[in-house]
Design a protein around this ligand. Structure first.
Ligand code: HSE
Length: 353
């Protein structure tokens, strides 16, 4: 039986949801996936940090109502976050990075990933910052250290997008994509169609846990822009930086715009897209678009996300599913660990042959 020792960096919604899944499903995973997960360290800006080489009880971590600095009360604990020490010295095989997304320079998550990969630990992350801003560097660092850098949850949470396009659509000749890649803005547009005003709709999205720490990133398109960069670089071989992608959000859409669209049998959607041009370059765009009701993305409602891949051999292939949410995003981390496990097994089989 394989046991992966993991260290959780950030213990907000997503990593807490992963701990909940571990508490409930480790036995099932052992049977169905061939491994179990053992949490050997946790670090969080608010709660502090703890290292326990034998493993921490996932249920206790989730259920204990720790106060600020509360990890300091645990054996091997400190009231300080100590991220660098935890990442470099905890006896972990995999660092699970789920701190907040910083859309400007990706920090401190970029450093977390660098420390982990340079010390020979795999990284799985749902954080868009390091992938969009330093993805190429981090992938090279992972390769140089013989470990993996996986980030399925950075786009559309646990809904399979990156590996689906890369592996399952391999050879289908991907030419571009267009998608609803932000749950908050899609939810807000839907609530505005129901007659709610913009600010109340944003507040509801925050209460439901879809919105970023700063919801400006959701409604101004900055969150989608990072996702367009991630997908264009990963799937279309582009080398885009966020500032290369033109970006317009939904905050200028008025109640009248929404009503007029409905009268014209259409609705507004915030669309993130990228296309490969004839000269091989790739253009990425984020903008609100008025889609006719029969368009495949027009019926995608609430916080649901969807992406249509435009391929040479299959035409348009659309994937729809959750794009946010605690458990949904924690599932993406599990899927990354499954990918690491599959790759390790394949390497071991090759070595034995
Ligand atoms: N705030 C994002 C959204 C979460 O609303 O889609 C996932 O990136």
């Amino acid at each position: 039986m394989t046991v992966y020792n993991i260290a959780l960096i950030g213990f907000g919604g997503v990593n807490r949801a992963l701990a909940e899944l571990i508490a409930a499903k480790n036995q099932l995973w052992e049977r169905d996936l061939g491994f179990r997960l053992n949490i050997v360290a946790v670090s969080d800006l608010y709660l502090g940090s703890v290292i326990s080489p034998n493993g921490l009880d996932a249920r206790t971590l989730v259920e204990a109502n720790f106060a600020k600095g509360g990890f300091g009360q645990l054996s091997g604990g400190s009231a300080e976050a100590n991220n660098e020490t935890i990442i470099k010295t905890a006896p972990a095989d995999i660092i699970v990075e789920a701190t907040f997304t910083n859309p400007k320079d990706g920090e401190p998550a970029v450093s977390h990933c660098r420390w982990a990969l340079s010390s020979g630990k795999h990284v799985v992350t749902t954080n868009k910052g390091p992938v969009a801003i330093a993805g190429q560097e981090l992938k090279a660092l992972a390769q140089a250290n013989g470990v993996r850098f996986e980030y399925e949850g950075s786009v559309m949470s646990g809904t399979p997008v990156i590996r689906m396009a890369e592996k399952t659509l391999a050879g289908a000749e991907l030419e571009g994509f267009e998608g609803i890649l932000n749950g908050t803005s899609n939810f807000v547009l839907g609530r505005m169609e129901d007659g709610l005003d913009f600010n109340s709709a944003v507040r509801q999205a925050q209460e439901l846990g879809y919105a970023e720490a700063d919801p400006t990133a959701d409604v101004e398109g900055f969150d989608v822009r990072l996702k367009v960069v991630i997908l264009a670089n990963e799937l279309l071989g582009a080398k885009l930086k966020p500032e290369d992608v033109s970006c317009q959000g939904i905050s200028n859409l008025s109640a009248t715009d929404i009503e007029n669209a409905a009268k014209a049998n259409s609705r507004w959607k915030l669309i993130g897209s990228a296309v490969r041009n004839a000269d091989g370059s790739v253009t990425g765009t984020v903008s609100p678009q008025q889609l006719p009701l029969e368009h495949s993305l027009a019926a995608v409602s609430g916080a649901t996300n969807a992406i249509s891949f435009n391929t040479g051999l299959l035409g348009s292939v659309t994937v729809t599913g959750p794009g946010a949410g605690r458990i949904e995003t924690a599932y993406a981390l599990l899927s990354d660990i499954v990918a690491i496990h599959t790759a390790q097994n394949a390497a071991a089989t090759k070595e034995a042959a």
